[in-house]
Design a protein around this ligand. Structure first.
Ligand code: HEC
Length: 94
């Protein structure tokens, strides 16, 4: 039973060292963390600052997805819609 659980966790790929959550792992995989850090400014603003800016806004999640997909002000991202929705939710949860 124990080995089954470990195998299941490993299979979902969240057993990476130094990564706090599956969402953070996704952000890393999608390249977001090359320019963003959770609680400090890198090339882009800190994700917690972004979260604070969007929190309380109507349709915040959709607004972030739309902004990232437009690729106008923000550097182009190649993530799928589903991944962008997951990442937006994660950022808003920070
Ligand atoms: C090449 C560097 C780079 C990459 C890669 C990158 N970003 Fe950014 N991001 C920026 C910069 C610079 C800004 C500030 C300018 C702006 O708001 O567009 C920013 C701003 C943002 C904002 C705030 C937008 C706003 O309206 O204030 C969000 C949300 C965001 N990034 C999410 C992401 C996510 C999610 C990913 C991964 C899919 C990602 N970024 C990948 C550089 C990057």
């Amino acid at each position: 039973m124990k080995s089954l659980v470990i195998a299941a966790i490993a299979a979902t790929g969240i057993l990476m060292t130094g990564v706090a959550s599956a969402d953070e792992a996704l952000a890393k995989k999608e390249g977001c963390l090359a320019c963003h850090a959770v609680d400090k400014k890198k090339m882009g603003p800190g994700l917690k600052d972004i979260s604070a800016k969007y929190k309380g806004k109507k349709d915040a999640e959709a607004a972030i997805v739309a902004k990232l997909k437009a690729g106008k002000d923000h550097p182009a991202v190649k993530s799928s819609d589903a991944d962008l929705a997951t990442l937006s939710k994660w950022i808003l949860s920070l």
